[in-house]
Ligand binder design. Structure first.
Ligand code: FE
Length: 361
C-alpha cells in the first residue's frame, strides 16, 4: 500500500514534520544548555602554583565541568567560608597545610566524603580520620620540612635531627620563620606527637636561644639567610629549595651552591611531612562534581602533574615521580614520619601555649 498525499498535504505535511523536528531539537538544545550550566565546580584554592592550570583545564576537557576558582591563602579561605555560611558557593576546598585542614574540619566547614577510589588511592595516614558519613579531607601531595645549612661552617652530623637545632653548639646560628606559621605549627605538632610535650617545650626553648635574629620572612628567606651568612642553619619546605635548584637565575644558583640539605631524623622517627589536601565544602551546591574532581586529583596522571609542578611528592600510593631536583635532594628516597596527619592538628593548642611560654614569636 502506498500513501498518496492529497494535493494540499504535499506542502503541509513536510512542513509540520519539520516544525515538529525543530521543536524537538530546540527542546533538546534547551535541556542540554541547562545541563551545561549546571556543570560547574566552585573551587576555593590556596594552591597558587601556575603549573596547576593545565590540571584544571584537563579536568574540564575530560568531564565538561567548568571550574570557577577563588584564590586566597589558607587563612583567607577559612575566614571567607565562615563569613559566607550556608550561602557559600564553594564546592571544593584546597588548602596547603595539615593543621589548617584539621582546623577547617573541626570548625565544621567540610562534609565527609565516601569514595572507595579516594580511600584506595590515599594512604590512611595522609587523610583525616573517618567520621560518620566518610572522610572529612584527603592529603593530595606531600612536602618535607628539612634542614638547610652552610656547608663551610656546619658539619652535617651536627644538624641531622630536629632535636639538634636546640643544641647550644648552634647558638646564634639559627634562622627560622614565625613559630605561629602553619608550616612550623605543624612541625611542632608532629614533634609533640613523637617526643611528648615536655621534651618538645624544652626543644622549642633551645631553638629560641639559638636564633640568629627574631623570626621573620618566609621559607625562601631562611634559605637566603644561610647563603648570605646571616645565619648558618634553617628550616624550609622542600619545594622552596627545589624551586631554587631548578631556577635558571644565577642568583638562585649561587644560593643553592652554598648550602647543604639534610632530611632530619633518618635514623629515628623520620622527616616531618606536611600535606596539601582537599575537601568538599559543607554547603557545596555541586557535591558530586567536587568528589569527581577530588578523585581526578588522586589519579596517577593528576598526581604526577600536581606534585611535579610544585616539586612535591604524590600522596597516592604507587605513583612514582621523576623530578631531578627532588632526586638530587634525597639521593632517591627518604624515611618520612608515619604519624596520623590529624595528630598534627590536634596538638595545635598545646603547641601555641608552649610557644607563648618560651617566647617563640
Ligand atoms: Fe608554601
Amino acid at each position: 500500500m502506498t500513501f498518496i498525499p492529497s494535493s494540499d498535504s504535499t506542502s503541509a505535511r513536510p512542513h509540520s514534520w519539520m516544525a515538529l523536528a525543530a521543536s524537538v531539537i530546540g527542546g533538546l538544545l534547551i535541556s542540554v544548555h541547562a545541563a551545561a550550566q549546571e556543570q560547574v565546580l566552585n573551587l576555593y584554592s590556596a594552591r597558587h602554583y601556575p603549573t596547576d592550570e593545565a590540571l584544571y583545564s584537563n579536568f574540564t576537557k575530560a568531564t565538561g565541568i567548568r571550574i570557577a576558582r577563588v584564590d586566597a591563602d589558607d587563612a583567607g579561605i577559612l575566614a571567607r567560608l565562615k563569613a559566607e555560611g550556608a550561602a557559600s558557593p564553594a564546592d571544593l576546598i584546597l588548602l596547603v597545610d595539615a593543621a589548617r585542614l584539621w582546623r577547617a574540619e573541626v570548625d565544621g566547614l567540610f562534609q565527609p566524603v565516601k569514595s572507595p577510589a579516594l580511600e584506595a588511592a590515599i594512604p590512611a595516614n595522609l587523610r583525616a580520620k573517618a567520621v560518620e558519613g566518610g572522610t572529612p579531607w584527603f592529603g593530595l601531595s606531600t612536602r618535607a620540612r628539612v634542614v638547610v645549612y652552610d656547608k663551610l661552617s656546619i658539619k652535617r652530623e651536627d644538624v641531622d635531627t630536629y632535636e639538634k637545632l636546640a643544641d647550644p653548639k648552634l647558638k646564634g646560628k639559627l634562622c627560622i620563620r614565625s613559630g605561629s606559621h602553619p608550616y612550623n605549627l605543624s612541625l611542632f605538632g608532629a614533634v609533640t606527637e613523637h617526643l611528648g610535650p615536655e621534651k618538645t617545650e624544652a626543644w622549642l626553648k633551645g631553638m629560641v636561644a639559638n636564633m640568629a635574629r627574631p623570626p621573620k620572612g618566609g621559607d625562601t628567606d631562611q634559605i637566603k639567610g644561610v647563603a648570605s651568612g646571616e645565619c648558618a642553619v634553617a628550616l624550609t619546605n622542600t619545594y622552596y629549595l627545589a624551586r631554587m635548584m631548578r631556577s635558571g637565575k644565577p642568583e638562585d644558583q649561587a644560593v643553592t651552591e652554598k648550602i647543604g640539605v639534610v632530611f632530619p631524623n633518618q635514623s629515628s622517627w623520620g622527616t616531618h611531612v606536611n600535606v596539601a589536601g582537599g575537601a568538599v565544602a559543607r554547603y557545596a551546591k555541586h557535591p558530586q562534581n567536587a568528589v569527581r574532581f577530588l578523585e581526578y586529583l588522586a589519579s596517577p596522571e593528576a598526581q604526577n602533574h600536581f606534585a611535579n609542578g610544585n616539586n612535591e611528592w604524590p600522596a597516592a600510593q604507587g605513583v612514582k615521580l621523576s623530578n631531578p631536583a627532588l632526586q638530587a635532594m634525597t639521593g632517591g628516597s627518604f624515611k618520612s614520619e608515619l604519624i596520623p596527619i590529624s595528630a598534627v592538628g590536634m596538638n595545635q593548642v598545646k603547641v601555641q601555649q608552649m610557644l607563648d611560654r618560651v617566647g617563640f614569636k
